[in-house]
Design a protein around this ligand. Structure first.
Ligand SMILES: Cc1cc2nc3c(=O)[nH]c(=O)nc-3n(C[C@H](O)[C@H](O)[C@H](O)COP(=O)(O)OP(=O)(O)OC[C@H]3O[C@@H](n4cnc5c(N)ncnc54)[C@H](O)[C@@H]3O)c2cc1C
Length: 414
């Protein structure tokens, strides 16, 4: 999504192919880097300091391959796009924010939906605060969150609200659709207000609307008269859906041809160097020839990589994958080893222009680039850098792609 956006902003004729994958699972928080080094789990309130340190310690990390200027521009364009598209995001340029996880732990992140912003301030000041949850809502318990946070935040209280209009199992998305209606939001604000009892902030699960989240969130906050914040839920995640909906709606308007319902089934580098892709099945698929390609197929969850009996392979081009020599070295014996597991740093090695390279460092193809979690030498879960890595590497890959001369475009039947 990020690569398509940056390509469209540069006026590059772009096709985005692929099922939407893991975005609906994501929390909606855009991490940049919160932890370095992984071994000590050190938190960094300032992400730029963490990156400076990371570049010294891990010169192969993708963040060490791109420039600070590229990173800043990538964030600027991404946040402007989201805000202009009606999904405002907030970031403090020089510092990470604190955010509450669905299970009540706290993490550092960089950019958050505006509806979560007040959590950062609340976590710092720890005022009397009411955490709300809903009877029957799966995977979110205000009491569980308060139990974890109360030691350092004694003024936390919780309350559980019934939603009589919604019977049966209540998933976050269903509740979010229910709260798409203003009268439902007004009722919710009234119910919370009656239980405020001096609370100076209110937190609730991220379920206030799906498509019209902003105005409805503002309505509830106005009626409460105190800062309100959403807390990410477990899967499926409404903030992840909001991101997905925003990209899916806006990218075609920017000229990107989005073929989400298809997958690339075959990729070929022909003898003359042309890149060809079969989109869809052999029976009803078609071929696309493109001037350049950005491979952003993710790791194992996204299906960019595949773990076979003895080796990890890249699924589309069979590109060389950086990985431990033997399967026995993929994981530590200790599941929670502070170093993490070597398999979580497997992926594609790239050159300074984000082109996948062979073991000797030569690019496999002059116009084939890679971005996102498929890149080697990073452990985005432990380093808390998932979205930041995806966004900044997409920017860097598109910037490199934009430098290649024109020609060879076109779509044609096999
Ligand atoms: C449960 C969960 C929670 C997360 N929480 C956070 C968080 O709190 N903060 C944060 O910053 N990040 C978070 N992330 C991570 C963030 O979403 C990652 O940065 C992102 O998933 C990495 O993006 P990616 O595009 O590189 O890979 P992926 O998201 O894995 O996407 C790869 C895409 O490629 C597609 N694809 C694969 N093969 C093909 C093919 N042959 N043809 C066409 N398409 C193909 C897949 O369908 C998929 O859509 C979370 C991710 C998950 C899964």
């Amino acid at each position: 999504m990020a690569a398509s956006l940056f390509a469209a902003l540069r006026g590059i004729d772009t096709i985005q192919v692929g099922p939407v994958g893991t975005l609906p699972f994501a929390s909606g928080l855009l991490d940049f880097i919160g932890v370095h080094p992984v071994r000590t789990g050190r938190w960094h309130p300032n992400p730029w300091e963490a990156i400076a340190q990371l570049r010294q310690d891990e010169s192969d990390h993708p963040y060490a391959v791109m420039t600070t200027r590229e990173m800043r521009t990538a964030w600027k364009q991404m946040l402007a796009f989201l805000t202009d598209s009606g999904l405002p995001y907030v970031a403090h340029p020089e510092r990470n924010m604190r955010m509450i996880n669905p299970v009540g732990t706290v993490k550092l992140t960089y950019a958050v939906p505006r509806s979560m912003m007040a959590a950062d301030e609340a976590l710092r000041r720890r005022p009397p605060c009411l955490l709300v949850d809903f009877a029957g809502l799966k995977g979110f318990s205000a009491r569980q969150i308060a139990a974890r946070l109360k030691l350092h935040w004694p003024a936390l209280r919780t309350t559980r609200l019934p939603i009589p209009a919604l019977e049966g199992e209540l998933q976050p998305e269903r509740l979010a659709r229910f709260l798409e209606r203003r009268d439902h939001c007004r009722e919710l604000a009234k119910a919370i207000k009656s239980r405020l009892a001096g609370a100076q902030a209110v937190g609730l699960p991220a379920v206030v609307g799906l498509h019209r989240a902003g105005p409805h969130f503002d309505l509830i906050q106005r009626r409460l008269g105190v800062p309100l914040f959403e807390i990410p839920t477990l899967l499926p995640s409404v903030p992840g859906r909001r991101l997905l909906d925003t990209f899916s709606r806006q990218l075609p308007r920017l000229g990107v041809r989005t073929w989400y319902q298809y997958a690339v089934k075959q990729a070929q580098i022909r003898a003359d160097g042309a890149l060809h892709f079969r989109i869809g099945s052999a029976a009803d698929g078609f071929w696309v020839q493109s001037r350049a390609a950005i491979l952003a197929t993710g790791r194992f969850l996204g299906r960019g990589l595949h773990a076979e009996r003895t080796a990890i392979r890249e699924n589309l081009f069979d590109l060389p994958v950086h990985q431990p020599d033997k399967r026995g070295q993929w994981h530590h014996k200790d599941l929670l080893h502070p170093d993490g597991h070597a398999i979580n740093r497997a992926g594609l090695m790239v050159d300074a222009r984000f082109r996948p390279v062979d073991k000797d460092g030569a690019p496999r193809h002059p116009r084939l680039f890679a971005a996102g979690s498929i890149l080697a030498h990073q452990d985005w879960v432990r380093q808390k850098c998932g979205s930041g890595l995806a966004i900044t590497s997409a920017y860097a890959a598109v910037a490199a792609c934009a430098q290649i001369p024109r020609g060879l475009e076109g779509t044609h039947a096999p």
